[in-house]
Write a protein that binds this ligand. Structure first.
Ligand code: PGA
Length: 253
């Protein structure tokens, strides 16, 4: 099995206007100075995808989106299809982020359909899973993760077209993180469940990112955990300085 190339991806959420493009320029400068490890991606709001794509054209930074509709086109006012995101310059799309599951009531079945839409359009689906604080308290973390993997990840997913992001809901934007033992247990369990669901080959090569309060100060510890193949970063991805402080966990920034 070839070594898995880690990915540090930034999720800008509903942040960023044209004024923020200076940070993208700074990221391009920083990216030019590091080697091939890790892969880098920024997921700006949809309004900035084509602008960001233009700026990163000569850099190794990939552009992702944050959500897509399941249909290719049609009467869905305000929605954006995976094909449109691809056309705007995205190579990946986040689906099933807990903020979408929470704010918009997205089910595992809908997340699965969105992942299939991403694949149909030729985008990598970054499928987010993670337990809530209450589920964790009742020791339901692993059963919840198992259900989410089986119900949100299409059986046709491969290591090339799908990335999993484990994001404990209670760790997102709170400054709280699980212990490295808890992260190791969750990631090993996710990979085992993927193997049962997709087969050893797809599961063995699939990137499983950790997300939730990743910062420059904790990145090296979190990224060194077995089966952690990179990070999905929210708040700390908005500034080039912080984002590359996290990339530095791989010793290359
Ligand atoms: P955070 O967000 O890094 O701000 O906690 C992570 C995410 O929601 O992807």
């Amino acid at each position: 099995m070839a070594e898995i190339q880690p990915l540090v991806a930034g999720n800008w959420k509903m942040n960023g206007t044209q004024e923020s493009l200076g940070e993208i320029r700074a990221m391009c400068e920083r990216a030019a100075r590091i080697g091939a490890r890790p892969h880098l991606m920024i997921c700006p709001p949809a309004t900035l995808i084509s602008r960001v794509k233009g700026l990163v054209a000569a850099s190794p930074i990939q552009v992702g989106a944050q959500d897509c509709h399941t249909a290719e086109r049609g009467a869905h006012t305000g929605d954006i299809s995976a094909e449109m995101l691809k056309d705007a310059g995205a190579s990946a799309v986040i689906v099933g982020h807990s903020e979408r599951r929470g704010d918009h009531g997205e089910s595992d079945a809908l997340v699965r359909a969105k992942a299939l839409a991403a694949h149909r359009a030729g985008l990598i689906a970054i499928i987010c899973i993670g337990e809530t604080e209450g589920q964790r308290r009742y020791e339901l973390t692993l059963p919840v993760l198992g259900r989410q993997v089986r119900a949100s990840v299409p059986e046709s997913a491969t290591a090339a077209n799908t990335i999993i992001a484990y994001e404990p809901v209670w760790a997102i934007g709170t400054g709280l993180t699980p212990t490295t033992d808890d992260v190791a247990e969750a990631h090993a369990f996710i990979r085992q469940t993927l193997a049962e669901h997709l087969g050893e080959e797809a599961a063995g090569g699939m990137r499983i990112l950790y997300g939730g309060s990743v910062k420059p100060a904790n990145a090296a510890e979190l990224m060194s955990v077995a089966n952690v193949n990179g990070a999905l970063v929210g708040g700390a991805s908005l500034k080039a300085e912080d984002f590359f402080g996290i990339v530095a966990a791989y010793g290359s920034a």
